[in-house]
Write a protein that binds this ligand. Structure first.
Ligand code: FES
Length: 185
């Protein structure tokens, strides 16, 4: 065999090895990319990222008061452990009229606390404050608290939960600001 033939066959072998390597890498990347693309399609479906979960009987929430409640996040990963137990603030305005607020501050997500004496939700991180109806009172947050859609049936209150409430495109958790301070009860 001539030296040139040896070079050519070696080059061909390296080319085939390179193509094989590229194929393996492409296959390895295809799985997570495919899952990511599919997740954007399944997002928002029941039993997916959003689902209705019960907070229990309405009787545990006295009228005119705001109480902390917890629910099991319907979006569960095997490694989540206790972090699937999610807190929310439940305000029973009157009768079956409620407001259910995400516990996370609308600024950077720190958990807010309710202070009935002052009628304010306060954020310990940067001093954000919200009125009892969740609208912004002061501080860095640019908006009010996020609200969960809720419904009351057979004496039970359920909320639609799953995705983390953020200022993103998930409009179902984005609350509208009241038109003026006069609506704050
Ligand atoms: S995270 Fe609440 S004010 Fe910054």
């Amino acid at each position: 065999m001539m030296p040139n033939d040896t070079n050519l066959s070696r080059r061909g072998l390296f080319m085939k090895l390179g193509m094989l390597f590229n194929g393996v890498v492409a296959a390895a990347l295809a799985v997570p990319i495919g899952r990511f693309l599919l997740s954007s399609i399944t997002r928002g479906r029941a039993n997916g990222y959003l689902d209705w979960v019960s907070l229990g009987s309405v009787n545990q929430f006295p009228e005119g008061e705001t109480r902390l409640a917890t629910f099991r996040n319907p979006l569960v990963m095997p490694t989540d452990g206790k972090t699937v137990d999610t807190a929310c603030w439940v305000r029973r305005v009157e009768g079956d009229q409620f407001q259910v607020f995400a516990v996370n501050c609308a600024h950077l997500g720190c958990p807010v606390r309710w202070f009935p004496q002052s009628g304010l939700f306060m954020c310990p991180c940067h001093g954000g404050a919200y009125y009892r109806d969740g609208s912004r009172a002061s501080g860095p947050p640019e908006r009010g608290l996020f609200e969960y859609p809720y419904k009351v049936e057979n004496g039970l209150i359920t909320i639609q939960a799953g995705e983390m409430p953020t200022p993103g495109p998930n409009a179902s958790l984005n609350r509208k600001e009241p038109p003026c301070a006069c609506s704050r009860a």
